[in-house]
Design a protein around this ligand. Structure first.
Ligand code: ADP
Ligand code: MG
Length: 1108
């Protein structure tokens, strides 16, 4: 954040009018204009802030700005309302001085805005915390509520405050807000019933009608249309830039934050609605027979709705609008009201109702925001009171408002102009008096207790007899005629007799801010502020608690016949209180100036500004400031602040403070005309000098800081050095100790080594001696042991020898005894005992053998090969014979179970075994295969019926065989049939007989020794069958075929025994050639099949795979 260091930096014109050169009205205005054109709306006159209304929002109220101005000197930054607020707040917090912010200026000059800015600044910089924030929020939110009910659009200002407001904000010792109290001054209630052209009623009416929900409006019996209500002026009902509907929501929200209950808000809105309804009640004249005019309500609908809203009886209100009861001490007199009186009564009720409602709101807000603790607190008062007003037609209200402004000007004069000048005199400063206009004389004209205008108005109002505004004006004319500031056509002062700008029914007052023409009409009435008792009683009767509170005088139990104090009297009293209050506080001024009459931004009307500058007395203000001194300070605090600027006063000055300051000033060579010595204070003429002092002080503080820093650094370095030194000694000590320790350790270990060597040598010597001794002892022991051993062994040998001898003696003795006994008994024993013992023994063994065999007999299966082990060798023969016999017996037993067929089968198998066993390898695999004979079921299968019938003998064997082709060795399937007489080969498919060989034609059959199924049928040479040569066939049932062939051949009566030739090479007669068929063992190829190949004319090779 860039921080401006001085008011003088980047200044447009001059920021402080005190510095203006040359000082004249023109240059003053020019400076304001110049600054205004550059958006610099704030300018100082010393500590007074002049604020020009920019009529547009400027970006100078941001939180950053707040931070910038926070805790800064007043003259440090460019002029701003925040600087004043900060100064006031800090002075309150730090110096315990109650403050007041006096904001003055014409209507529309920006007072209310300024007061809000001050409040928001203070809220932003003061303490934070939940409780504090709530208080702040309530204080800030009281504004929208009061503005809705108390502000209205006027020709000067779209948001003009129509009441005076003074708010005391209370703080605790820390500067945190505790609460507040609001005082309100004289609401301009005539606005409720009538508004000047181009103006509006109070905002709340428009806000309610545009912002409330349909539901709410229905409850309040209202219509959204403004034109339905007599009290609402229509020509400026809608204001540019004012969103009534949104504002209504803001107000509702604000009321909630401030602490209004929902039913309270409702009651308030009901009363607002009631005022609107009241305006719509109209009267019509009705002549009575006694000639007196009475009034009647025209249309009772509005009255009815209003009564419903307030819970009053219609008849009661109706009566109150028609009659007036005057109570004298004992009697009551009722008179009827004519139409004009009825309207008067209606409007009086509306005005009273509204202004009382407003006061109630202020009281209610105060209740919420009042400080919760009773602890002593500091106060900051913010006064935002209606500004000076000059309208086309000025009435009682303007008179009062302007009176109030006169009083404020008084305060200003008192505190800035007079007070200041008096201080110079008090302090004995040479001083030439500055002339300024003191408006005390005008205040006196208005408020003097004997002949002041207000006093005379009261007198008229209280006087019996007919009292009118004219009689009041007459009275003024007589009494005030001589007053310099009072002007009237009819006064005895002949000056104005010809002044046509002054109508007869008016009087004019020369206020400090200009002349104002007041119309006397209405003064008496407004001062009286009469409300017929019938009406207040009717209101009190209403079934509406808020209403009852607002009209306490309507309570019949508390009839008070005394007249209430007049409005003027009340106002004078409250203004008096306010002034006394302000005088106890430290004032801070904001003087608001309005740049033009059009509420427009960027327009600066010289004449208008000039007028305001004049009546606000700003020029005099500057002059007093300039002739006087910009700054003053008690000697003690001055010396305390600047004593470091001079060697003699620094650091201590022993003498009186004043002398110290003199020494200081002389030393600093401040020009003598720049300051004066008062009795207790020094007065500095120019802020420049002050800035000079402050700047020197700042530099000096920097130097001091450097000095302190230097000394501190020196001290720090030195202590650091000392510390280092100390630590160095410690380190050195430790190191030395460590080094010595190491050396000692080395010497110690060397000593130990030497020692150990010596000891070792000694020990070894000793050991040697000891060993020698030990060996001697051992040698002795060994020698003695050997000696003893020798002795012992000798003894042992002797003992053993002795024992042997004894044993030998015993044996010899026994033999001798045995011999003697046997010689004696031989003759009895030898005859038969030996044979008997032998027989008996053999018998016993045999018996045991046979009984044992019986128990361990093997099973009856002929293939069981087990047999018990032989027990004695002498039984070998018996054992083998028994085994053979048992086997034969069990085979016989087995055979005896066979049937005839089975027997035949076994016979066949037996024959096969005789032929092939151990001769052909194929045999082994055939043993387990039963011989089935007819594999083709030839007699049953219809396919072979023809073939069957062609063979007349019984078929012994039918099978499919392969006939080997003589040319290439390939096989062709043929049916092979064997009958008792012949062998038949037939086509497998057709069953046609291909060859039929009678058995006698077969000479021999040749087969190999291997596991193949090849066989050759050799035919008798010269027989009919042998024409085509021998047959080379192969079959899966070779063993069966050959066996059957052999058996059949053997049984046939006319054939010779069939030869069976088993060899791996045989000759076969193929037509004319003899071909050798040779069987070789080959590696298994194409599965396990046998392959046959014609090798050459003479050789046919059959390769049989080796069987595993
Ligand atoms: N500092 C400001 N910045 C912007 N606009 C301002 C400022 N002061 C005043 N105004 C404008 O001027 C109008 C009138 O100001 P207000 O404070 O209500 O006047 P007063 O209270 O003196 O009658 C405001 O509604 C606002 O539009
Ligand atoms: Mg205002």
């Amino acid at each position: 954040m860039e921080v401006k260091t001085s008011l003088l930096d980047n200044m447009i014109g001059v920021g402080d009018m005190v510095l203006l050169e040359p000082l004249s009205e023109d240059s003053f205005i020019e400076n304001l204009r110049n600054r205004f054109d550059h958006n610099e709306i704030y300018t100082y006159i010393g500590s007074v802030v002049i604020s020009m209304n920019p009529y547009r929002s400027l970006p100078i109220y941001t939180p950053d700005k707040v931070e910038e101005y926070r805790n800064r000197n007043f003259y440090e930054l460019s002029p701003h309302i925040y600087a004043l607020a900060d100064e006031a707040y800090r002075s309150l917090r730090d110096q315990d001085k109650d403050q007041c912010i006096l904001i003055t200026g014409e209507s529309g000059a920006g007072k209310t805005e300024a007061s809000k800015l001050v409040m928001s600044y203070v809220a932003a910089v003061c303490g934070k915390g939940q409780e504090v924030n709530k208080v702040k929020e309530q204080l800030l939110q009281s504004n929208p509520v009061l503005e809705a009910f108390g502000n209205a659009k006027t020709v000067r200002n779209d948001n003009s405050s129509r009441f005076g407001k003074y708010m005391d904000i209370e703080f605790d010792f820390k500067g945190d807000p505790l609460g507040g109290v609001i005082s309100n001054y004289l609401l301009e209630k005539s606005r409720v019933v009538k508004q000047p052209r181009g103006e509006r009623n109070f905002h709340v009416f428009y806000q309610l009608l545009s912002g409330a929900s349909d539901d709410t409006l229905k409850k309040l019996k209202l219509d959204r249309d403004f034109s339905k209500y007599n009290y609402l002026s229509l020509d400026s009902a809608v204001v540019n830039g004012l969103d009534d509907a949104a504002n209504f929501r803001t107000v509702r929200n604000a009321m909630q934050i401030v602490g209004f209950m929902e039913d309270e808000v409702q009651s308030v809105l009901e009363l607002v609605a009631a005022v609107l309804k009241l305006g719509n009640i109209e009267f019509k004249p009705e002549s009575r027979c006694n000639g007196i005019d009475e009034s009647r309500i025209k249309d009772k609908n509005d009255l009815k709705e209003m009564c419903e809203l307030l819970g009053t009886e219609q008849s009661v209100l109706e009566r109150a609008f028609s009659y007036r009861t005057v109570e004298a001490k004992l009697e009551k007199v009722s008179t009827t009201l004519n139409v004009a009186q009825a309207y008067y009564a209606r409007d009086a009720l509306a005005k009273n109702l509204y202004s009382r409602l407003f006061s109630w709101l202020v009281t209610r807000i105060n209740e919420s925001i009042k400080a919760q603790t009773k602890a002593r607190h500091k106060v900051m008062g913010v006064l935002d009171i209606y500004g000076f007003e000059i309208f086309e037609e000025n009435s009682f209200e303007q008179f009062i408002i302007n009176y109030c402004n006169e009083k404020l000007q008084q305060i200003f004069i008192e505190l800035t102009l007079r007070e200041e000048q008096e201080e110079y005199i008090r302090e004995g400063i040479e001083w030439t008096n500055i002339e300024y206009f003191n408006n005390a004389i005008i205040c006196d004209l208005i408020e003097n207790h004997q002949n002041g205008i207000l006093a005379m108005l009261d007198e008229e109002c209280l006087r019996p007899g007919t009292v009118t505004d004219e009689t009041f004006l007459d009275k003024l004319n007589t009494i005030c005629a001589e007053h310099q500031h009072f002007e009237s056509r009819l006064s005895k002062n002949s000056k104005f007799i010809t002044d046509h700008s002054l109508p007869h029914n008016c009087f004019r007052i020369q206020h400090y801010a200009g002349k104002v023409l007041y119309r006397a009409e209405g003064f008496v009435d407004k001062n009286n502020d009469l409300l017929y008792r019938d009406l207040s009683q009717a209101m009190y009767k209403a079934n509406h608690s808020l209403m009852k509170q607002l009209f306490p005088e309507g309570n019949p139990a508390k009839v008070n016949l005394k007249r209430p104090p007049t409005a003027g009297f009340q106002f004078r009293a409250s203004v008096g209180t306010l002034m006394r209050n302000l005088q106890t506080k430290n004032p801070n001024y904001i003087r608001c100036i309005k740049p033009n009459d059009k509420k427009a931004s960027h327009i600066f009307t010289d004449s208008l500004v000039c007028h305001q500058v004049r009546y606000l007395g700003l020029m005099e203000n500057v002059r007093v400031r300039r002739a006087g001194y910009a700054f003053r300070q008690a000697y003690e605090s001055c010396l305390e602040r600047y004593k470091m600027l001079c060697k003699r006063t620094w650091p201590h000055w022993r003498g009186p403070a004043r002398e110290g300051v003199e020494v200081l000033m002389a030393d600093l060579k401040v020009p003598a005309d720049e300051f004066s010595y008062g009795r207790s204070k020094i007065f500095i003429r120019n802020p420049r000098t002050l800035f000079f002092l402050e700047e020197r002080r700042r530099q000096c503080l920097q130097d001091l800081a450097t000095l302190i820093q230097k000394i501190y650094r020196g001290w720090k370095c030195r202590s650091n050095f000392l510390l280092l030194k100390k630590s160095q000694i410690v380190v050195a000590a430790w190191y030395r100790r460590y080094a010595q320790h190491n050396r000692y350790q080395k010497i110690k270990s060397a000593t130990t080594v030497v020692q150990s060597y010596t000891r070792g040598w000694q020990a070894r010597k000793l050991l040697r001696e000891l060993k020698y001794q030990k060996r001697c002892v051992e040698a002795v022991t060994t020698i003695s042991a050997f000696w003893h051993g020798t002795q012992a062994r000798r003894e042992l040998r002797r003992l053993k020898e002795e024992a042997r001898r004894q044993h030998a003696v015993a044996v010899i003795w026994a033999y001798w005894q045995g011999l003697k006994v046997r010689r004696e008994y031989r003759k009895f024993f030898r005859a038969n005992a030996g044979k008997k013992i032998y027989d008996f023994t053999i018998q016993r063994i045999m018996q045991k053998y046979f009984l044992g065999l019986k128990n361990t007999m093997p099973s009856m299966s002929p293939v069981d090969k087990s047999w018990p082990a032989k027990p004695y060798r002498f039984l070998d023969g018996v054992h083998t014979e028994l085994r053979r016999t048992f086997h034969l017996w069990r085979c016989k037993k087995y055979r005896s179970q066979f049937t005839e067929e089975k027997k035949a089968v076994y016979e066949e198998k037996l024959e096969a075994s005789e032929i092939f066993k151990d001769k052909k390898a194929l045999y082994a695999s055939s043993v387990s295969q039963p011989f089935m004979g007819d594999y083709l079921e030839i007699s049953k299968n219809p396919k072979y019926q023809k073939l069957n019938s062609a063979v007349d003998e019984k078929v012994l064997l039918a099978d499919v065989v392969n006939k080997i082709n003589r040319a290439n060795g390939k096989g062709t399937a043929r049916i092979f049939l064997l009958t008792k007489k012949s062998v038949v080969l037939a086509d497998q498919k057709t069953g046609q007989v291909k060859a039929s060989v009678p058995l006698p034609d077969l000479t021999s059959v040749s087969v190999s020794t291997q596991s193949d199924g090849f066989f050759a049928l050799k035919l008798k040479e010269g027989s009919a069958s042998a024409v085509k040569g021998d047959f080379l066939l192969s079959s899966e049932h070779l063993i069966e075929i050959i066996t059957k062939l052999h058996r059949t051949g053997a049984t046939a009566e006319d054939s010779e025994q069939l030869n069976i030739d088993i060899s791996d090479e045989f000759l076969v007669q193929f037509k004319h050639d003899k071909v050798c068929v040779k069987f070789i063992q080959g590696a298994p190829k194409n599965g396990n099949s046998v392959s046959c190949k014609r090798k050459n004319n003479r050789l046919l090779e059959v390769s049989v795979p080796t069987t595993a």
